[in-house]
Design a protein around this ligand. Structure first.
Ligand SMILES: NC(=O)c1ccc[n+]([C@@H]2O[C@H](COP(=O)([O-])OP(=O)(O)OC[C@H]3O[C@@H](n4cnc5c(N)ncnc54)[C@H](O)[C@@H]3O)[C@@H](O)[C@H]2O)c1
Length: 446
């Protein structure tokens, strides 16, 4: 055995094992959340396979290609077993997870009926909500508080009570998209943020109250929506201070997922792009919320970024400087969760000759998002148990799952799905003391 392998094994012991129950606190028990929770139960009961989940189905190559060593990721890193995962959550409506899943109508009635006894036991706690931040919703199951500080304390009390029933806790935002917000003075430091809680500063959105509560309790936090939430110096500071890893923003599911696959291919071959028009129709509650221009703006910003960063027009002005990138989301109730997305891509090749590509993705939004939400909670729990990851705040290696990845200040986000995938797997190798894989491969020709 080589010294590297020796030191590798020593380092592996440093990641704490996933002993006992993992409690997952979900903010917003809507379409994505209930599809994740119902799916986990279906998998536990052997009724379905966890398709789309890298943590459950993915493998990871270790060592040289000639070694033929590719264990399942879940056998390589110590992840919580699905049988040890316990869900709870908050919502502004009182529906239990069965009722909410039935309303979302993502999963068929037959499947839901089989899972009903379990799903109806999960009832939401009253939410922190303010219609100023999500115009199209009007919640009834809502906490009352004298100030934002008071509301944060109530969420902290919910977390502390849940902690008594499980061994570790992770929180994930699967709530609605809030209005577009930019960081203000209240977000610049933890001290300013805490003063802002006392003063009920308008810059502090409900999602930030949950995130503050989680991070104060050392609980990792994932942001599945494009909301500002933990993308602020104040909450990054708290994340590092309490070794509570964070990641965001916005699950990378349908159209952006396709964009971050196609765009790197054009760039790799030096194919130019003059326009990219993306439109969607969807009819679920998310679509209804996004019908409000202020929530749409938050989503639009999140979706727009990827092409700009992938194409690097400053490096390739001849190919990408004049791209016309347009995104539309249309609320169209008959489709429910079964979104349809169209992309028209105007590209140009050798000597500038134009061509077109049309992508028509008939997807199911929450079917794509549920395994991402699951993987994020399992990986954040892993990060919390890794001495090499837990104090770092932002977990950039999870950008693989996110439309608008959070990065260290001054660092541009990496959107290319395959670079993100390599970064994720190399992070797993690294924390387990295995050699990272560079794909250089010259040694095979020695
Ligand atoms: N479905 C996807 O593919 C996808 C992809 C990327 C991002 N997202 C984002 O994930 C989020 C959830 O999507 P969805 O399709 O499940 O939407 P949804 O409308 O079905 O569910 C959101 C739930 O959050 C609840 N909620 C809103 N504000 C809340 C608050 N302050 N506290 C507690 N609960 C609150 C709502 O009542 C609702 O039940 C949205 O922000 C969406 O933009 C979804």
């Amino acid at each position: 055995m080589s010294t590297e392998q020796h030191s590798g094994q020593a380092a592996a012991h440093k990641v704490e094992p996933a002993k006992g129950k993992l409690g997952v606190m979900v903010v917003g028990l809507g379409a994505v959340a209930t599809t994740m929770i119902a799916g986990v139960e279906a998998v536990r009961r052997g009724l379905a396979k966890p398709i789309g989940s890298l943590t459950q189905m993915g493998t990871i190559r270790l060592g040289k290609r000639t070694e033929n060593k590719s264990p399942l990721i879940k056998d390589f890193v110590p992840l919580a077993d699905l049988n040890d995962v316990v869900f709870t959550g908050w919502d502004i409506f009182e529906d239990n997870v069965y009722e909410s899943a039935a309303h979302a109508a993502v999963l068929d009635k037959e499947t839901l009926a089989k899972l009903k006894p379990h799903l109806e036991t999960i009832k939401p706690m009253p939410a922190v909500f303010d219609q100023y931040y999500v115009k199209r919703l009007n919640g009834t199951h809502v906490k009352k508080g004298a100030s934002k500080r008071d509301l944060a304390d109530q969420v902290i009390a919910d977390i502390q009570a849940f902690k008594k029933t499980v061994d570790r806790v992770v929180m994930i935002w699967c709530g609605s998209t809030e209005i577009f917000m930019e960081p203000t003075a209240v977000h610049q430091s933890l001290a300013a943020f805490e003063k802002g809680l006392d003063a009920s500063d308008i810059g502090i959105a409900p999602s930030q109250i949950y995130a503050y509560a989680a991070l104060s309790e050392g609980v990792p936090f994932a942001n599945g929506a494009p909301n500002l939430t933990v993308d602020t110096p104040a909450l990054i500071e708290l994340s590092k201070k309490n070794a509570a890893p964070i990641c965001g923003k916005d699950f990378k599911t349908g159209q952006t997922f396709m964009k971050t696959v196609l765009a790197p291919a054009f760039k790799a071959r030096m194919i130019g792009v003059s326009g990219w028009f993306s439109t969607n129709i969807l009819g679920n509650r998310d679509g209804e919320v996004l019908d409000d221009p202020e929530s749409f703006k938050t989503k639009e910003e999140s979706k727009l970024g990827s092409l700009e960063y992938i194409f690097q027009p400053e490096l390739y002005p001849d190919l990408y400087k004049d791209i016309y990138h347009k995104i539309r989301i249309n609320y169209y109730p008959p489709r429910g969760d079964e979104k349809e997305a169209w992309d028209n891509i105007d590209i140009f090749g050798w000597l500038g000759y134009p061509m077109q590509i049309k992508v028509n993705f008939l997807c199911r939004d929450s079917i794509l998002a549920a395994p991402i939400a699951l993987d994020l909670v399992l990986f954040l729990d892993l990060a919390k148990r890794s001495p090499q990851l837990r104090d770092r705040g932002i977990q950039e290696w999870l950008s693989f799952y996110l439309k608008s990845p959070q990065t260290a200040e001054g660092l541009y986000p990496e959107h290319d799905l395959f670079i993100q995938s390599m970064k994720l797997k190399n992070t797993l190798r690294h924390i387990m003391g295995e050699e990272v894989i560079t794909h250089l491969g010259l040694e095979y020709y020695d």
